[in-house]
Design a protein around this ligand. Sequence first.
Ligand code: 5GP
Ligand code: MN
Length: 340
Amino acid sequence: MKHLSKYAKQLSKFFEVSNSILIISHINPDGDATGAQLALYHYLVAKGKQVDMMAPNYLQEFLKWMDGSSLVNVFIGNKRKCRKLIETADLIVMVDFNQPNRLGEAEKPVMRSVARKVVIDHHLDPHNIADLIVSYPSMCSTSELVYEIISCLENNVPLSSPCAEAVYTGIITDTGNFEYGSFTPRTMRIVADLLETGLNRERIKDLVYNNFSADRMRLMGLVLNSRMVVLPELRSAYIYLTKADLEAYSYAKGDTEGFVNMPLSIKGIVFSTMLVEKDGFIKLSFRSKGAFPSNEIAAGYFNGGGHLNASGGEYYDTLENTVGYFLKVLKENIGRFIYE
Ligand code: 5GP
Ligand code: MN
């Protein structure tokens, strides 16, 4: 990996001279954001460093089993404490994002902080928001990148168990349990190393994937039955969910996770979108197959971004108007993205 040892050494110097390190993940932290955050946390704490963690908003239920997750301070849950952590940190490490708006309400205090800042991330086109940006978009997950940094610094000494579990969780959640094309032969070698630490992969798979509520399964039924619109001529499909739908199925955070992938199982569909009605805006998630750049739709039309095949954004209008706008955008762009 190009320059990795150079970056690792630089990071190691920053860690050494810092007395108060704050590791921050992005808004709506997913398994990779929390995995990378916890892996780095366990590593640095074992080195005797003073480390705190913060997320802009609450962790998802399916990640709360992770060792150390209860130590993540939630900005919107305790702004006073979090502002203090931001003010007193001398090193802020931002993991799994590279745009300031991914900090949600914490954007201003974090960006204004005089602490030295580092980004460790695997998304495309990092914004210039830190003193050191360690960016590897070719990696399937930020957790994999954290693993690479630690192994570089520790000469491949195996990770501690909480650290290994955090890295593994990040890798499986960002690759859809090794379903999407984003992992590499190197990822599998890392997974082999993690398994050799004695990591219980079946337990983790169960904790991450088999802990849904009955309500969530029924909501999935609703989605597939009557909230999925298939547009074969555009090789696309979309799912929409109203606030009333979510309320009717006692929505809990994380319940819609994975729904957007489902239409890609339909023969011929290469682009899938989920639109979810939130307070005052619509959250959109995009998934695509092959060379279809879902992130161009997200960044170009929905104030968002992300990866080629997995991206998201938001739109400030009613659900009905957003669906109308989305369809217009799709029809205008589909010819550019589908060649065969
Ligand atoms: P999800 O659909 O699972 O919420 O997000 C998939 C990916 O899209 C995330 O890993 C992230 O990279 C990106 N993403 C989702 N929402 C947004 C957004 O509002 N802004 C940006 N820049 N990226 C997003
Ligand atoms: Mn990620």
